[in-house]
Design a binder for this molecule. Structure first.
Ligand code: GLN
Length: 249
């Protein structure tokens, strides 16, 4: 089956090779007989209702965020509608910040957000850099860990009642204080974890693909497991680094 992906501002938001997440989704979909069709979406483009099953937006520095924030915010309404209509979404770091309500960057400028996630972000003086380990429960009773790398000055504050992506086991997370990382709204996930994120956390790649297929067909498939030995080893290395040196200035 075809899975239509809308990749938002790929030329600007691709720090730490975040684009690698798309490569992982493409291969894992292909191994299950599905084809990812990725469309780049940038300034001035239109989001056609129902055109995409999955959206992706990567991270970037304040400089790139400032360049694209108004054009991204202009896509806010159709993007929010797509996600509330069941499209899946993954947003990383700078993209995650801009899908909130607003981001006040290091120079004090307030960048407009898309308002898809109920949160706001304010840049602080010290960067939060290091490996991170989270515990997530995206499906009731299914606890999984996510390992990655974070590098952000922004402190993200979730609105009351907003659902975090996970609990921080090691690392800084959303703001270094709340004990939570990321945000989840239905099939949309926002996170600070780079790395890229998906090569060392294949279960999340499969969750996103299943959500995208559920949007397309009305039913989430249950995939046969793949031989993820290398991925599991990468996860362990990353988790170990987070446990020994994550969350320190
Ligand atoms: N500019 C943002 C921050 O520092 C995001 C950085 C990133 O995407 N790594 O908070």
């Amino acid at each position: 089956m075809r899975i239509a992906v809308g990749h938002l501002f790929p030329d600007y938001l691709n720090i730490y090779a975040d684009r690698g997440n798309i490569a992982v989704l493409t291969r894992r979909a292909a191994w299950r007989g599905h084809e990812l069709e990725v469309e780049a979406i940038g300034a001035g483009d239109e989001l056609r209702p129902g055109a995409h099953d999955l959206y992706y937006i990567g991270g970037g520095q304040d400089r790139e965020q400032e360049l694209i924030a108004p054009a991204l915010a202009a896509l806010g309404e159709p993007l929010r509608e797509a996600v509330s209509g069941g499209a899946a979404l993954l947003a990383v770091c700078g993209g995650y910040q801009l899908l909130g309500r607003a981001y006040r960057d290091q120079s004090g400028d307030e960048l407009p957000g898309v308002g898809l996630f109920p949160l706001h972000t304010v840049a602080g003086d010290r960067r939060m850099i290091g490996d991170v380990l989270l515990e997530c429960e995206l499906e009731p009773g299914e606890r999984r860990t996510l390992a990655g790398f974070e590098n952000h000055a922004g402190r993200t504050y979730l609105d009351d009642g907003a659902e975090p992506l996970g609990r921080v086991l090691a690392g800084f997370g959303n703001n270094g204080e709340s004990g939570y990382e990321g945000c989840r709204a239905g099939r949309a996930i926002g996170t600070y974890l780079h790395g890229p994120l998906l090569p060392r956390n294949p279960w999340l790649a499969d969750w996103l693909l299943a959500q995208a297929l559920a949007q397309r067909t009305g039913e989430a498939p249950s995939f046969e497991p793949l031989a993820d030995d290398l991925e599991a080893a990468a996860h362990e290395v990353s988790a170990g680094r987070a446990r020994t040196r994550g969350g320190r200035y």
